[in-house]
Ligand binder design. Sequence first.
Ligand SMILES: Nc1ncnc2c1ncn2[C@@H]1O[C@H](COP(=O)(O)OP(=O)(O)OP(=O)(O)O)[C@@H](O)[C@H]1O
Length: 286
Amino acid sequence: MSSVTPPLGASQPSGFISPQSAVASAGHADAAIEFDDVSLRFISADGNATIALRNFSMTVARGEFVAIVGPTGCGKSTTLNMITGLLKPTVGRVQVMGKPVTGIDPRIGFVFQADAVFPWKSVRENVAAGPIFRGTPKARALALADEWIQRVGLDKFGNHYPHQLSGGMRKRVALAQTFINQPEILLMDEPFSALDMQTRTLMQDELLRLWSGSGGSVVFVTHDLEEAIALADRVFLLTARPATLKRVYEIDLPRPRIMSQVRYDQQFIDLSKRIWDDLREEVQIQ
Ligand SMILES: Nc1ncnc2c1ncn2[C@@H]1O[C@H](COP(=O)(O)OP(=O)(O)OP(=O)(O)O)[C@@H](O)[C@H]1O
């Protein structure tokens, strides 16, 4: 497999940082998430081994928005599953807020491609479900839910049921359901990939608006390079499987960013070309 990661110390175009310096730059003292030289091997029922991740290191600072991109099947979702504790590294260490992952952490929120709603509950009951589960009295949880429903622009739909909503509206419910719990870490796995382009752009704006006031860290997995660049502070590019960190890109586009405008920024266009050149090599390997 060819790798274009430049040798350490070689000069690099601005916006690039090597995997090693990327890990160091986030500063371990402030780390929300740390992968330290992690490898993960799956053993299937017939005894065959699949190495999903190899010598993978990544540090996500508190309050940082990180996107992970890479060829299909390389191991992006696997990294999220190790942050949640669903999967354990075969070798290496994964830490959350400075401690080894031992199981589901209530400080972590999730948004996936599929909607995680109770179909028999109204929007406000769905949004209140998290706080109620965590012990908030029902009346208080419903009042909180009403605030969040308003924040995501669904105030007229609190008593609707999920099947009465569009895909974009259900995603707004998902964001309210997640942010109401004030997660310190938000894991997102292709959350908007099933939406049409316009709705997707609106939801990206919505996510940035909610995140910017939250102080939380986000790890956002996507196939869409432009989505990664438009949203993130840093983009981590993984190689084809077994995935390892190929390169990290600092995205120093100013915030607040408006999705429909940021894509026309010359810096954005240059970054898209660079990352796509690196990603294309990995896609061609498969
Ligand atoms: N439980 C498992 N047992 C065996 N192999 C697995 C298991 N989970 C994932 N894999 C394999 O590990 C590799 C990485 O999977 P993963 O879902 O993390 O990739 P991904 O980059 O998120 O994929 P995609 O881009 O298609 O969403 C794949 O080859 C997958 O088949």
